[in-house]
Structures are given as C-alpha cells and as structure tokens.
Design a protein around this ligand. Structure first.
Ligand SMILES: *[C@@H]1O[C@H](CO)[C@@H](O)[C@H](O)[C@H]1NC(C)=O
Length: 298
C-alpha cells in the first residue's frame, strides 16, 4: 500500500503528460493552415480594389496598372515561419518601369522584418530582373538581383519563400535564387520575433526599376496586367497558439528543410554563377566594410 499512491501518481502524471502533448499537437496542427489558400478566404484587397479582377471562377487574380493607379492585396492574417508560394504570370511585352512584388512583411514601422521578391519589368525582349531583399530588425539594404532564364510573362511560374529557424530560401520553380542563413550566433540579425503578412502589389517605379531609371514606362502600352493563381500558405497563423511557431515538428523545420538538398545546392550554384547581376555583398562603393552576413564561410 505504501507504494500504491506513488505509483498512481507517477502513472497519472505520465498519462497527464501524454494528454497534454496531444492537446499541444492538436492545437499546433489547427493553427497550421491545412488547405490550399484561396484568394477569397485568405486575402483581401489593400489598394485600389477596382484594379483587381477575379477570373476563372475566382481561381486566377488579375492585377492591373494604368495611369490612374496600381493595386495590391494582402493576406488577412500574419504567419510565423512556414512556406508561402504562388504562381505568377508577369506583365508581358514592354513592361519597363513596372514593378510586380510578392513579399512578406511584419508591417511594423521601426523594427520591420520583410522578405521581398520584386520583379522589375524591361523593354520587350530584354530579360526580367528579380530583386530580392531581406529586412531584419528594421534594417534592409540587402538587395540581390538575378536575371531570369525564361520569359516569366509567357506562362505561370512558382515563386516561393521558405522561412524557418535555420534559413530563408527564395525559390523560382524549385531553383533557389537566394539563401539568407540564420547567423545570429555571429551577430547577424535574423527575422524570428515577428509574424509577417503576405503581400503583392503592381505599381509604377520608372524612377529606378529598369536600367536604374533610364527606361521609362510607356503608358501607350497600358493597362499592364499580372496574373496570380495557386496560392499556398503553410505556416503558423497569428493570432493562433503561440506554441505553434516554436514547434520543432512543423514540417518546414524538418531536416529536409534545414539546408538545401544536393540538387537544390547545384541549382543554386548554377543561378549564382550564371544569373546574378547584382549583389550588395560585392558592392564596395555602397559597403566599404563588408556586411557580416556576406563574409566567407557564413
Ligand atoms: C533590362 O535589360 C537590360 C539589357 O539587357 C539589362 O542590362 C537589365 O539588367 C535588365 N533589367 C532591368 C531591370 O533593367
């Protein structure tokens, strides 16, 4: 009898722990978006709704830029870590001076975190440029530019941002074009304290976008249209259980997502060697002192 109560207490304790871990598991599963995102349910217009059209029974979204306005949309909630992707067909033909963006943003003024894809239009027949940037704890200035190896206005292509505790990977059709590693241990800021919303906009930026602003937008070609479909968001929605973001069993934190696979690493090297046209890490006139995340071995 003397050992009876302690046994019960132990047994009850582990049962309680098992129950508790189930509650955590289920609640963390619930906060992970478990279905394909749809525009209707997961996004809202944020700028000039009159320039946003739904076609193909709401499956495809068309953004329009004309003399009067550009436009944009955003996710209804924010996400903490995860993977966001969408298929985009960019403005065709003479798109010089237009910028189509797909980004994540904490929407906090002073200590903004932001992960950007910006598609810089070009004159007909000239390559589109994709600019990526990473803001961590309010500091950006980390632009890289890649010229695309296909015409992104001829068809839909998939653009993806993977964000976990280890790194942030920007990909174009499963080709990583940028990797920003978590090097907090070496003093490099890393976005991990704030949830970020998912945004897209189409606007005019002919003062800088194409050949540094030399190529102006040709309004006789307006309206300019970009198309979106197959929205996919998997992440911890905020508001939601705080335990979700730190749950190591979220699939995007798994071993396969903590570093590039051999195939991805090969593709990334190919992009770096053949398609990078600008890298802030190499820009000595802007950064006489090399930013810490650019140092070899990081
Ligand atoms: C536009 O085309 C020119 C000429 O090929 C190229 O130098 C430039 O990188 C392209 N992209 C932008 C955004 O200017």
């Amino acid at each position: 009898m003397a050992t009876f109560y302690p046994l019960i207490r132990n047994g009850g304790g582990s049962l309680f722990l098992i129950l508790l871990s189930w509650v955590f598991l289920v609640s963390s599963l619930l906060c992970v978006l478990g279905r394909p995102a749809t525009f209707e349910q997961d996004f809202r217009a944020t700028w000039s709704e009159s320039h946003i059209r739904h076609t193909d029974q709401g499956r495809t979204i068309q953004l329009m830029l004309d003399r009067s306005s550009g436009c944009g949309f955003a996710s209804k909630v924010k996400y903490m870590f995860g993977r966001v992707s969408m298929k985009i067909k960019l403005v065709p033909g003479d798109s010089a001076g237009t910028v189509t963006a797909f980004y994540m943003n904490s929407d906090t003024d002073s200590v903004r975190d932001e992960l950007d894809f910006e598609f810089l239009g070009n004159r007909s027949g000239q390559p589109y440029t994709v600019q990526t940037n990473v803001y961590a704890h309010g500091k950006g200035d980390r632009e890289q530019r890649v010229n695309l190896w296909f015409d992104p206005s001829a068809d839909f292509h998939t653009y993806t941002i993977l964000w976990n505790h280890k790194h942030i990977v920007f990909s174009v059709d499963d080709f990583p074009i940028r990797v920003y590693k978590n090097n907090e241990a070496k003093g490099v800021p890393y976005p991990k304290m704030q949830a970020m919303g998912v945004y897209s906009t189409l606007w005019e930026a002919d003062n800088w976008a194409t050949r540094g602003g030399l190529e102006k937008i040709d309004w006789s070609k307006a309206p300019f249209n970009a198309y979106y479909k197959d929205f996919d968001i998997e992440g911890c929605s905020v508001p939601g259980p705080a335990s979700c973001a730190s749950n190591p069993s979220n699939w995007w934190e798994g071993a396969a997502y903590q570093e590039l696979s051999a195939i991805q690493a090969r593709r990334y090297r190919w992009v770096r060697i053949n398609h990078v046209v600008y890298d802030y890490c190499q820009d000595k006139s802007r950064f006489p002192v090399t930013p810490p995340e650019c140092l070899a071995g990081i």
